[in-house]
Design a protein around this ligand. Structure first.
Ligand code: SAH
Ligand code: DHB
Ligand code: MG
Length: 221
C-alpha cells in the first residue's frame, strides 16, 4: 500500500460522507489565500471531530490552536442551539481570518476566539472558575502539549473528552533520540497521557491527504 492509495481512499471516504459545504470550503481555501500554513485537519478528520462532539453531547467545547477556524467550524456545527465553543489563538492574523470564516458559517454567536498565549488563556479560564468543558481539542504548538493537557484537566469533569492532534509525527515518536522539539513534545505528552491515572486514553493513527500522524483520545475518569 502506498501513500497514493491512502490519499485516494481518504478522498473516496470524504466524497461519500461529507456533503459539500460552502463555508467549510472557503475556510479551507483561506489558508492559501491568506498565507496561513496548511496545517488544518483534513476533511475526514474534521468530520471525526464533529462526530466526537456529537457523541460527547458537547455543549461547551474548548479548542487550543484556531488557525483559520477549519476544525473550529467542524466542531461548532455539532453544537446544540445553546452550545458554545472557545478557541485560543496566539496569532492575531489567524484569529482575524478565523473570525471571518466562522461568521460566514453562521457560527459567530456560538464561537468566541481569544487571542493570546494558550498557557495564559488556559490559566485565565481556570482563574475565572469557568464551568467544565465537555470536549477539548488540543492542536496548538507541540512542545507544551503536556502543559496544555494538565490545564485541560483542570477545566474538565469526569466524562470530558480530550483530543490532541499530531502526536505521532510521521512515526518519528519512535525515535527516542529525535531532536525536533515538536517530536519531543509529542513523546513527552504521550508518555504523560499514558501515565495519568485520571484519564483512559488511546491514540488513533491518522493518514491520507495529510501527513501520517495521530490523534490522542482521552476520557477523564
Ligand atoms: N486547529 C486548526 C489548526 C491549528 S494549527 C485546524 O485544524 O483547523 C496551530 C495553531 O496554533 C496556529 O494557528 C498557531 O498560530 C497557534 N499557536 C501556536 N502557538 C500557540 C500558542 N502558544 N498559543 C496559542 N496558539 C498558538
Ligand atoms: C503541524 C501542526 C499541526 O497542528 C498539524 O496538524 C500538522 C503540522 C506543524 O506545526 O508542523
Ligand atoms: Mg494539528
Amino acid at each position: 500500500m502506498d501513500q497514493k492509495v491512502f490519499e485516494d481512499v481518504d478522498r473516496y471516504i470524504s466524497d461519500l460522507f461529507i456533503k459539500p459545504d460552502e463555508a467549510l470550503a472557503i475556510a479551507e481555501q483561506s489558508h492559501q489565500l491568506e498565507n496561513l500554513p496548511p496545517i488544518n485537519v483534513s476533511p475526514n478528520q474534521g468530520k471525526l471531530l464533529h462526530l466526537f462532539a456529537k457523541l460527547s453531547k458537547a455543549k461547551k467545547i474548548l479548542e487550543v490552536g484556531t488557525l483559520a477556524g477549519y476544525s473550529t467550524i467542524w466542531m461548532a456545527k455539532a453544537l446544540p442551539e445553546d452550545g458554545r465553543l472557545i478557541s485560543l489563538e496566539i496569532d492575531p492574523h489567524h484569529a482575524e481570518v478565523a473570525k471571518k470564516n466562522i461568521d460566514r458559517a453562521g457560527l459567530s454567536s456560538k464561537v468566541e476566539i481569544r487571542v493570546g498565549k494558550a498557557i495564559d488563556l488556559l490559566a485565565q479560564l481556570v482563574k475565572d472558575n469557568t464551568t467544565p468543558f465537555d470536549m477539548i481539542f488540543i492542536d496548538a504548538d507541540k512542545p507544551p502539549y503536556t502543559e496544555y493537557f494538565e490545564w485541560s484537566l483542570k477545566l474538565s469533569r469526569p466524562g470530558t473528552l480530550i483530543i490532541a492532534d499530531n502526536v505521532i509525527r510521521d512515526g518519528k515518536v519512535l525515535d527516542k533520540d529525535h531532536e525536533d522539539p515538536m517530536v519531543k513534545g509529542a513523546q513527552r505528552f504521550n508518555k504523560a497521557l499514558a501515565a495519568n491515572s485520571h484519564v483512559s486514553a488511546t491514540i488513533l493513527q491518522t493518514f491520507g491527504v495529510k501527513e501520517y500522524d495521530g490523534m490522542a483520545i482521552a476520557i477523564v475518569e
